[in-house]
Design a protein around this ligand. Structure first.
Ligand code: 5RP
Length: 226
C-alpha cells in the first residue's frame, strides 16, 4: 500500500473533487485519508447551505460525515449521483482499492454512482497496477481462496490487525487476503477470476469504473477525465 503522499496533496485532491458536488445530489462518501478531505469540504458546503445527502462507504466515512454535519442515507433509499473515493494505486482509469479494507462497500457505492471521481496524490499513480490486491473473503473460505490465488500466480497474505492480536475483520465481518501478483497486465481478467472464487466477497480491482481522476500536489490539482 502506498501511503507516501503529503497531506497537502491529498487535501488538494479531495477539495477539488468536492467542488463537483451540487445542490440536491446524493453523494457517495469514500474511505481513507484523501476521501476524508473531500468529506470535510462537503461538510463545510453543507454548513453554508448546500442541500445534499451522503451515502457512506464505511464505518470511518459514516463517523466523519456525521461529525461534518452531512445528512446521511444508504443505498436502499437513495441512488447515488456522484461518488468521491480514494485509491491505493491508479493506472489510467483502473484502480486498486481496499487499503482500508472497505472495498466491498466502496465498490457497491462507486459502481452505482452516475459519476465516480477518484482522489489521489501523485504517489498513487502507476503505469501498470502492481500493488497487492485486497480480497475480502468469508472466514471459512480463507484457505481455499488462498490456494486458488496461488494457482492464479498470486501470493496471498492474511491481513493482520494493528493494536489487536489476529487478523483484520472488515466492517462486514470478513477477512482480507492481500494478494501479490506482480505487474497486472489484464486487471479485468484477473478481476473476473477473483470474483468467480467461492467465498470471495469482493476484490479491490476497480476496472473501468472511474469517470475522473483528481491528482493533488503541493502546487495544485491535475484532473483527468476518462
Ligand atoms: C479504503 C480505500 C482507500 O480509498 C485507499 O486505501 C486510499 O486511502 P488513502 O487516501 O488514505 O491513501 O480503498 O478501502
Amino acid at each position: 500500500m502506498k501511503q507516501g503522499g503529503s497531506d497537502a496533496a491529498k487535501r488538494a485532491a479531495g477539495e477539488s473533487a468536492a467542488e463537483a458536488v451540487e445542490d440536491g445530489m446524493v453523494v457517495g462518501l469514500g474511505t481513507g485519508s484523501t476521501a476524508a478531505h473531500a468529506i470535510r469540504a462537503i461538510g463545510r458546503q453543507v454548513d453554508a447551505g448546500l442541500d445534499i445527502v451522503g451515502v457512506p462507504t464505511s464505518f470511518q466515512s459514516r463517523e466523519l460525515a456525521r461529525e461534518a454535519g452531512i445528512p446521511l442515507s444508504d443505498l436502499d433509499e437513495a441512488s447515488v449521483d456522484l461518488a468521491i473515493d480514494g485509491a491505493d494505486e491508479v493506472a489510467g482509469g483502473d484502480l486498486i482499492k481496499g487499503g482500508g479494507a472497505a472495498h466491498a462497500r466502496e465498490k457497491i457505492v462507486d459502481a452505482s454512482a452516475d459519476r465516480f471521481l477518484v482522489v489521489a496524490d501523485p504517489t498513487k499513480e502507476a503505469r501498470t497496477l502492481s500493488q497487492p490486491v485486497p480480497v475480502e473473503v468469508l472466514s471459512a473460505a480463507r484457505t481455499t481462496v488462498a490456494e486458488s490465488v496461488r494457482e492464479l500466480g498470486g501470493e496471498p497474505t492474511l491481513r493482520q490487525a494493528e493494536r489487536k492480536d489476529g487478523p483484520v475483520v472488515t466492517d462486514n465481518g470478513h477477512l482480507v487476503l492481500d494478494c501479490a501478483f506482480g505487474d497486472i497486465d489484464d486487471p479485468a481478467a484477473l478481476g473476473r477470476e477473483l470474483a468467480s472464487l467461492p467465498g470471495v466477497v469482493e476484490h479491490g480491482l476497480f476496472v473501468g469504473l472511474a469517470d475522473q481522476v483528481h491528482v493533488g500536489s503541493e502546487d495544485g490539482v491535475t484532473v483527468r477525465t476518462l
